[in-house]
Write a protein that binds this ligand. Structure first.
Ligand code: NAI
Ligand code: 3PY
Length: 329
Protein backbone atom coordinates (compact mmCIF):
# COMPACT_ATOMS: atom_id res chain seq x y z
CA UNK A 1 0.00 0.00 0.00
CA UNK A 2 1.58 3.31 -1.07
CA UNK A 3 0.19 6.61 0.20
CA UNK A 4 1.46 9.55 -1.84
CA UNK A 5 1.28 13.06 -0.37
CA UNK A 6 1.34 16.40 -2.11
CA UNK A 7 0.66 18.98 0.59
CA UNK A 8 3.31 20.70 2.71
CA UNK A 9 3.71 18.06 5.41
CA UNK A 10 6.50 17.87 7.99
CA UNK A 11 7.94 14.80 9.68
CA UNK A 12 5.32 14.83 12.46
CA UNK A 13 2.45 14.69 9.93
CA UNK A 14 4.04 11.71 8.19
CA UNK A 15 4.34 9.95 11.56
CA UNK A 16 0.61 10.50 12.22
CA UNK A 17 -0.34 9.11 8.80
CA UNK A 18 2.01 6.16 9.31
CA UNK A 19 0.37 5.48 12.69
CA UNK A 20 -3.07 5.47 11.02
CA UNK A 21 -1.88 2.79 8.56
CA UNK A 22 1.32 1.14 9.90
CA UNK A 23 1.74 -1.28 6.97
CA UNK A 24 1.61 1.48 4.36
CA UNK A 25 4.58 3.21 2.76
CA UNK A 26 4.09 6.99 2.97
CA UNK A 27 5.76 9.00 0.19
CA UNK A 28 6.07 12.77 0.61
CA UNK A 29 6.20 13.71 -3.09
CA UNK A 30 5.60 17.46 -2.71
CA UNK A 31 4.97 19.60 -5.79
CA UNK A 32 8.44 18.67 -7.14
CA UNK A 33 7.90 14.91 -7.48
CA UNK A 34 4.11 14.50 -7.63
CA UNK A 35 3.98 14.11 -11.43
CA UNK A 36 6.42 11.17 -11.15
CA UNK A 37 4.94 9.60 -7.99
CA UNK A 38 1.18 9.87 -8.65
CA UNK A 39 1.00 6.91 -11.11
CA UNK A 40 2.41 4.63 -8.32
CA UNK A 41 -0.05 5.75 -5.64
CA UNK A 42 -2.69 3.48 -4.08
CA UNK A 43 -3.95 6.50 -2.12
CA UNK A 44 -3.29 10.13 -2.95
CA UNK A 45 -3.71 13.06 -0.57
CA UNK A 46 -2.91 16.53 -1.80
CA UNK A 47 -3.47 19.48 -4.08
CA UNK A 48 -1.08 19.36 -7.03
CA UNK A 49 -0.47 22.81 -8.46
CA UNK A 50 1.63 21.43 -11.31
CA UNK A 51 0.34 19.32 -14.25
CA UNK A 52 0.01 15.66 -13.21
CA UNK A 53 -0.64 12.55 -15.36
CA UNK A 54 -4.25 11.82 -14.32
CA UNK A 55 -4.99 9.87 -17.49
CA UNK A 56 -2.01 7.49 -17.00
CA UNK A 57 -2.75 7.19 -13.25
CA UNK A 58 -6.39 6.23 -13.79
CA UNK A 59 -5.59 3.75 -16.56
CA UNK A 60 -2.89 2.08 -14.38
CA UNK A 61 -5.82 0.93 -12.24
CA UNK A 62 -3.84 1.19 -8.99
CA UNK A 63 -5.28 4.35 -7.40
CA UNK A 64 -8.04 3.51 -4.89
CA UNK A 65 -8.87 6.88 -3.31
CA UNK A 66 -8.17 10.61 -3.73
CA UNK A 67 -8.26 12.78 -0.60
CA UNK A 68 -8.10 16.39 -1.76
CA UNK A 69 -6.25 18.66 0.67
CA UNK A 70 -8.32 21.54 -0.76
CA UNK A 71 -12.04 22.16 -0.40
CA UNK A 72 -12.15 23.06 -4.09
CA UNK A 73 -11.82 20.03 -6.36
CA UNK A 74 -11.09 21.77 -9.64
CA UNK A 75 -7.47 20.49 -9.37
CA UNK A 76 -8.36 16.78 -9.49
CA UNK A 77 -11.81 16.26 -11.03
CA UNK A 78 -10.52 15.63 -14.54
CA UNK A 79 -12.82 13.78 -16.99
CA UNK A 80 -10.81 10.56 -16.41
CA UNK A 81 -11.17 10.77 -12.62
CA UNK A 82 -14.89 11.58 -12.89
CA UNK A 83 -15.50 8.63 -15.25
CA UNK A 84 -13.52 6.22 -13.03
CA UNK A 85 -14.78 4.46 -9.89
CA UNK A 86 -12.09 6.12 -7.71
CA UNK A 87 -13.74 7.82 -4.72
CA UNK A 88 -12.77 11.44 -4.06
CA UNK A 89 -13.15 13.20 -0.70
CA UNK A 90 -12.69 16.91 -0.10
CA UNK A 91 -11.26 19.12 2.66
CA UNK A 92 -14.56 20.93 3.25
CA UNK A 93 -14.63 22.29 6.80
CA UNK A 94 -10.87 22.15 7.36
CA UNK A 95 -10.39 25.79 6.36
CA UNK A 96 -13.87 27.14 7.12
CA UNK A 97 -12.99 29.12 10.27
CA UNK A 98 -10.15 31.06 8.72
CA UNK A 99 -12.13 31.60 5.50
CA UNK A 100 -14.98 33.05 7.60
CA UNK A 101 -12.48 35.34 9.35
CA UNK A 102 -10.96 36.42 6.07
CA UNK A 103 -14.34 37.08 4.49
CA UNK A 104 -15.27 39.32 7.42
CA UNK A 105 -11.95 41.15 7.03
CA UNK A 106 -12.54 41.81 3.33
CA UNK A 107 -16.14 42.82 3.96
CA UNK A 108 -15.51 45.11 6.93
CA UNK A 109 -12.43 46.52 5.20
CA UNK A 110 -14.55 47.56 2.23
CA UNK A 111 -17.55 48.84 4.21
CA UNK A 112 -15.25 50.89 6.48
CA UNK A 113 -13.31 52.00 3.36
CA UNK A 114 -9.92 50.92 4.68
CA UNK A 115 -8.31 51.28 1.21
CA UNK A 116 -8.86 55.08 1.40
CA UNK A 117 -7.34 55.27 4.88
CA UNK A 118 -4.38 53.04 3.95
CA UNK A 119 -3.66 55.34 0.98
CA UNK A 120 -3.99 58.38 3.27
CA UNK A 121 -1.53 56.84 5.74
CA UNK A 122 1.05 56.43 2.97
CA UNK A 123 0.76 60.20 2.34
CA UNK A 124 0.54 61.06 6.08
CA UNK A 125 -2.88 62.62 5.47
CA UNK A 126 -5.67 62.86 8.06
CA UNK A 127 -8.91 62.52 6.14
CA UNK A 128 -12.47 61.58 6.98
CA UNK A 129 -15.24 60.33 4.76
CA UNK A 130 -18.63 58.66 5.19
CA UNK A 131 -18.39 54.90 5.65
CA UNK A 132 -20.87 52.09 6.19
CA UNK A 133 -21.37 49.16 8.54
CA UNK A 134 -22.77 45.68 8.34
CA UNK A 135 -25.58 45.97 10.90
CA UNK A 136 -29.03 45.35 9.43
CA UNK A 137 -27.73 44.61 5.91
CA UNK A 138 -29.22 41.94 3.67
CA UNK A 139 -26.50 39.46 2.71
CA UNK A 140 -26.66 36.90 -0.09
CA UNK A 141 -24.40 33.86 0.12
CA UNK A 142 -23.85 31.76 -3.00
CA UNK A 143 -22.98 28.26 -1.81
CA UNK A 144 -24.00 27.08 1.64
CA UNK A 145 -21.34 24.43 2.23
CA UNK A 146 -18.69 24.31 4.95
CA UNK A 147 -17.65 27.93 4.40
CA UNK A 148 -21.06 29.43 3.58
CA UNK A 149 -22.73 27.93 6.65
CA UNK A 150 -20.12 29.16 9.09
CA UNK A 151 -20.24 32.60 7.49
CA UNK A 152 -24.02 32.72 7.93
CA UNK A 153 -23.55 32.00 11.65
CA UNK A 154 -20.99 34.79 12.04
CA UNK A 155 -22.96 37.31 9.94
CA UNK A 156 -26.15 36.71 11.91
CA UNK A 157 -24.53 38.37 14.95
CA UNK A 158 -24.77 41.66 13.00
CA UNK A 159 -28.60 41.51 12.83
CA UNK A 160 -28.38 40.78 9.12
CA UNK A 161 -31.04 39.22 6.94
CA UNK A 162 -29.38 36.29 5.21
CA UNK A 163 -30.43 34.82 1.88
CA UNK A 164 -28.55 32.03 0.12
CA UNK A 165 -28.55 29.94 -3.01
CA UNK A 166 -27.43 26.33 -2.91
CA UNK A 167 -27.57 23.15 -4.96
CA UNK A 168 -29.35 21.50 -2.02
CA UNK A 169 -31.87 24.19 -0.92
CA UNK A 170 -33.74 21.70 1.29
CA UNK A 171 -30.72 21.22 3.56
CA UNK A 172 -31.69 23.67 6.33
CA UNK A 173 -29.43 26.20 8.07
CA UNK A 174 -30.71 27.91 11.22
CA UNK A 175 -28.88 31.16 10.45
CA UNK A 176 -30.25 31.64 6.94
CA UNK A 177 -33.63 33.33 6.45
CA UNK A 178 -34.26 31.86 2.99
CA UNK A 179 -32.41 29.29 0.89
CA UNK A 180 -33.13 29.40 -2.83
CA UNK A 181 -32.22 26.76 -5.42
CA UNK A 182 -28.97 27.44 -7.29
CA UNK A 183 -30.84 28.43 -10.46
CA UNK A 184 -32.68 31.27 -8.66
CA UNK A 185 -29.63 33.49 -8.25
CA UNK A 186 -31.29 36.22 -10.36
CA UNK A 187 -34.13 36.46 -7.82
CA UNK A 188 -31.71 36.90 -4.94
CA UNK A 189 -29.39 39.51 -6.47
CA UNK A 190 -31.71 42.58 -6.44
CA UNK A 191 -32.47 41.98 -2.74
CA UNK A 192 -28.94 42.00 -1.31
CA UNK A 193 -26.60 44.75 -0.08
CA UNK A 194 -23.73 42.28 0.11
CA UNK A 195 -23.02 39.28 -2.10
CA UNK A 196 -20.58 36.61 -0.93
CA UNK A 197 -19.35 33.89 -3.28
CA UNK A 198 -18.63 30.59 -1.52
CA UNK A 199 -19.46 28.03 -4.24
CA UNK A 200 -17.06 25.63 -5.98
CA UNK A 201 -15.77 26.15 -9.51
CA UNK A 202 -17.84 23.91 -11.77
CA UNK A 203 -19.27 24.15 -15.32
CA UNK A 204 -22.37 25.72 -13.69
CA UNK A 205 -20.55 28.38 -11.67
CA UNK A 206 -17.82 29.48 -14.12
CA UNK A 207 -18.63 33.08 -15.10
CA UNK A 208 -21.82 33.07 -12.97
CA UNK A 209 -21.24 36.74 -12.00
CA UNK A 210 -20.91 38.85 -15.16
CA UNK A 211 -22.25 42.21 -16.36
CA UNK A 212 -25.92 41.11 -16.24
CA UNK A 213 -25.74 39.75 -12.69
CA UNK A 214 -23.73 42.76 -11.45
CA UNK A 215 -26.39 45.07 -12.92
CA UNK A 216 -29.05 43.13 -10.97
CA UNK A 217 -27.31 44.07 -7.70
CA UNK A 218 -28.59 47.33 -6.16
CA UNK A 219 -26.44 50.48 -6.42
CA UNK A 220 -23.71 50.47 -3.77
CA UNK A 221 -23.71 46.71 -3.20
CA UNK A 222 -20.48 45.04 -2.06
CA UNK A 223 -19.13 41.81 -3.58
CA UNK A 224 -16.80 39.41 -1.77
CA UNK A 225 -15.27 36.42 -3.56
CA UNK A 226 -13.53 33.85 -1.36
CA UNK A 227 -14.28 30.91 -3.67
CA UNK A 228 -12.53 30.77 -7.06
CA UNK A 229 -11.65 33.65 -9.38
CA UNK A 230 -13.33 32.30 -12.55
CA UNK A 231 -16.79 32.51 -10.88
CA UNK A 232 -16.59 36.23 -11.73
CA UNK A 233 -15.98 37.80 -15.16
CA UNK A 234 -13.14 40.05 -14.03
CA UNK A 235 -13.47 42.66 -16.81
CA UNK A 236 -17.16 43.11 -15.91
CA UNK A 237 -16.32 43.42 -12.22
CA UNK A 238 -13.72 46.07 -13.08
CA UNK A 239 -16.39 48.00 -15.07
CA UNK A 240 -18.89 47.84 -12.19
CA UNK A 241 -16.25 49.08 -9.73
CA UNK A 242 -14.99 51.83 -12.02
CA UNK A 243 -18.52 53.16 -12.70
CA UNK A 244 -19.14 52.95 -8.93
CA UNK A 245 -22.29 50.91 -9.49
CA UNK A 246 -20.71 48.77 -6.75
CA UNK A 247 -19.54 50.42 -3.52
CA UNK A 248 -16.58 48.06 -3.60
CA UNK A 249 -15.36 44.49 -3.66
CA UNK A 250 -13.01 42.24 -1.71
CA UNK A 251 -11.50 39.32 -3.57
CA UNK A 252 -9.17 36.61 -2.30
CA UNK A 253 -9.09 34.83 -5.65
CA UNK A 254 -8.61 35.93 -9.25
CA UNK A 255 -9.13 34.44 -12.71
CA UNK A 256 -5.36 33.99 -13.06
CA UNK A 257 -3.18 33.54 -9.97
CA UNK A 258 -0.92 35.31 -9.28
CA UNK A 259 -2.87 38.29 -10.71
CA UNK A 260 -0.90 39.48 -13.77
CA UNK A 261 0.93 42.79 -13.45
CA UNK A 262 -1.06 44.29 -16.34
CA UNK A 263 -4.50 43.52 -14.78
CA UNK A 264 -6.90 46.48 -14.54
CA UNK A 265 -7.86 45.28 -11.06
CA UNK A 266 -4.63 46.58 -9.49
CA UNK A 267 -5.59 50.20 -10.23
CA UNK A 268 -9.13 50.14 -8.77
CA UNK A 269 -9.47 52.18 -5.60
CA UNK A 270 -12.61 50.47 -4.31
CA UNK A 271 -11.17 46.95 -4.43
CA UNK A 272 -9.25 44.94 -1.83
CA UNK A 273 -7.22 42.06 -3.26
CA UNK A 274 -5.59 39.34 -1.18
CA UNK A 275 -3.43 36.60 -2.77
CA UNK A 276 -5.56 33.47 -2.10
CA UNK A 277 -4.76 33.38 1.59
CA UNK A 278 -8.29 32.88 2.99
CA UNK A 279 -7.50 29.27 3.92
CA UNK A 280 -4.13 30.02 5.53
CA UNK A 281 -3.61 29.41 9.22
CA UNK A 282 -0.55 28.26 11.18
CA UNK A 283 -2.06 24.88 12.01
CA UNK A 284 -3.60 24.28 8.55
CA UNK A 285 -1.43 21.23 7.81
CA UNK A 286 -2.11 19.71 11.26
CA UNK A 287 -5.84 20.24 10.62
CA UNK A 288 -5.68 18.63 7.18
CA UNK A 289 -3.71 15.67 8.52
CA UNK A 290 -6.33 15.15 11.23
CA UNK A 291 -9.05 14.85 8.55
CA UNK A 292 -6.89 12.55 6.42
CA UNK A 293 -6.16 10.22 9.37
CA UNK A 294 -9.87 10.12 10.30
CA UNK A 295 -10.69 9.21 6.70
CA UNK A 296 -7.90 6.57 6.57
CA UNK A 297 -9.52 4.87 9.58
CA UNK A 298 -12.88 4.97 7.80
CA UNK A 299 -11.40 3.75 4.49
CA UNK A 300 -9.72 0.79 6.19
CA UNK A 301 -12.94 -0.12 8.00
CA UNK A 302 -15.03 0.22 4.82
CA UNK A 303 -17.03 3.06 6.41
CA UNK A 304 -18.31 6.12 4.46
CA UNK A 305 -15.65 8.80 4.01
CA UNK A 306 -16.17 12.30 5.40
CA UNK A 307 -16.80 14.78 2.54
CA UNK A 308 -17.28 12.08 -0.10
CA UNK A 309 -17.65 13.99 -3.36
CA UNK A 310 -20.40 13.51 -5.91
CA UNK A 311 -17.97 13.61 -8.82
CA UNK A 312 -20.64 14.44 -11.42
CA UNK A 313 -21.68 17.52 -9.41
CA UNK A 314 -18.12 18.47 -8.40
CA UNK A 315 -18.66 18.80 -4.62
CA UNK A 316 -19.85 16.69 -1.66
CA UNK A 317 -23.54 16.13 -1.01
CA UNK A 318 -24.72 17.16 2.51
CA UNK A 319 -23.51 14.73 5.18
CA UNK A 320 -21.45 14.70 8.34
CA UNK A 321 -19.20 17.71 8.63
CA UNK A 322 -15.66 17.97 9.93
CA UNK A 323 -14.30 20.71 12.18
CA UNK A 324 -10.56 20.16 12.78
CA UNK A 325 -10.82 21.91 16.15
CA UNK A 326 -13.84 19.88 17.29
CA UNK A 327 -14.01 16.71 15.19
CA UNK A 328 -16.89 15.11 13.32
CA UNK A 329 -20.49 16.31 13.72
N1 NAI B 1 -10.05 31.36 -0.57
C1 NAI B 1 -9.62 30.21 -0.08
O1 NAI B 1 -8.52 30.11 0.42
C2 NAI B 1 -10.54 29.04 -0.10
C3 NAI B 1 -11.42 28.87 -1.13
N2 NAI B 1 -12.27 27.81 -1.12
C4 NAI B 1 -13.25 27.70 -2.23
O2 NAI B 1 -14.54 27.85 -1.68
C5 NAI B 1 -15.39 26.83 -2.19
C6 NAI B 1 -16.42 26.46 -1.13
O3 NAI B 1 -15.77 25.83 -0.06
P1 NAI B 1 -16.58 24.90 0.96
O4 NAI B 1 -17.73 25.65 1.50
O5 NAI B 1 -15.62 24.30 1.88
O6 NAI B 1 -17.12 23.81 -0.06
P2 NAI B 1 -18.29 22.73 0.14
O7 NAI B 1 -18.01 21.66 -0.85
O8 NAI B 1 -18.42 22.41 1.57
O9 NAI B 1 -19.61 23.53 -0.27
C7 NAI B 1 -19.91 23.99 -1.55
C8 NAI B 1 -21.38 24.36 -1.54
O10 NAI B 1 -21.67 25.05 -2.77
C9 NAI B 1 -22.93 24.60 -3.21
N3 NAI B 1 -23.07 24.85 -4.66
C10 NAI B 1 -22.58 24.10 -5.67
N4 NAI B 1 -22.92 24.65 -6.85
C11 NAI B 1 -23.64 25.77 -6.57
C12 NAI B 1 -24.28 26.77 -7.37
N5 NAI B 1 -24.27 26.70 -8.72
N6 NAI B 1 -24.92 27.78 -6.74
C13 NAI B 1 -24.98 27.83 -5.38
N7 NAI B 1 -24.39 26.91 -4.57
C14 NAI B 1 -23.73 25.90 -5.17
C15 NAI B 1 -23.00 23.14 -2.83
O11 NAI B 1 -24.32 22.66 -2.77
C16 NAI B 1 -22.31 23.17 -1.46
O12 NAI B 1 -23.25 23.35 -0.42
C17 NAI B 1 -14.46 25.66 -2.56
O13 NAI B 1 -14.99 24.90 -3.62
C18 NAI B 1 -13.18 26.36 -2.95
O14 NAI B 1 -13.16 26.57 -4.33
C19 NAI B 1 -12.32 26.92 -0.09
C20 NAI B 1 -11.45 27.03 0.96
C21 NAI B 1 -10.44 28.08 1.01
O1 3PY C 1 -9.24 24.58 -0.09
C1 3PY C 1 -9.29 25.31 -1.11
O2 3PY C 1 -10.08 25.10 -2.04
C2 3PY C 1 -8.39 26.46 -1.20
O3 3PY C 1 -8.55 27.29 -2.04
C3 3PY C 1 -7.31 26.55 -0.19
O4 3PY C 1 -6.42 27.55 -0.48
Amino acid sequence: MQIVLCYPVEERHIRLIQAAWPEAEVVDAGQERIAAELPNADIYCGHAKVPVPWSETVSNGRLQWIQSSAAGLDHCLTPEVVASDIPVSSASGVLAKQVADHTMALLAGMLRDLPTFFRAKEKKEFIRRPTRDLFGATVGIVGLGGNGRLLARVLKAFDTKILATDWFPDNPCEFVDEILPADQLDEMLPQVDILILAAPLTDETRGMIGARQLALLPENAVLVNVARGPLVVEEHLADALQSEHLWGAGIDVTEIEPLPEESRLWGLKNLIITPHVGGQRVSRIDDMTRLFCENITRFRAGKPLINLVDKRLGFPAPGVSFDPRQGVS
